[in-house]
Design a protein around this ligand. Structure first.
Ligand SMILES: [Zn+2]
Length: 72
C-alpha cells in the first residue's frame, strides 16, 4: 500500500501510464546496458489531494543495475 507523501492518504495504485492520444506507455531505459526497458511504469494517485506518483512495478532489473555498477 502506498501512502500519499503530502497528506498521508492511501493512494489508488496500479494505474496505467499512457501518452495522451496513443496507447503507448512510457519506458525507462539505460543506454548501452539494457536493450529492453527497465520495467513498466505504473502510477498511483492520491484521491485526497491529487498527488500523482510514478513507479516501476518490477524493480528486479533496477536492483541488478546497482549490482552491476558495484562490480566496476
Ligand atoms: Zn494526498
Amino acid at each position: 500500500m502506498r501512502k500519499c507523501l503530502r497528506c498521508d492518504t492511501e493512494m489508488v495504485e496500479d494505474l496505467d501510464v499512457k501518452v495522451e492520444g496513443g496507447a503507448y506507455g512510457i519506458k525507462i531505459t539505460q543506454q548501452g546496458i539494457f536493450k529492453d526497458n527497465l520495467g513498466k511504469f505504473k502510477c498511483a494517485v492520491c484521491p485526497e489531494c491529487g498527488y500523482t506518483e510514478i513507479y516501476i512495478q518490477d524493480i528486479s532489473k533496477v536492483r541488478k543495475l546497482i549490482l552491476k555498477n558495484k562490480d566496476k
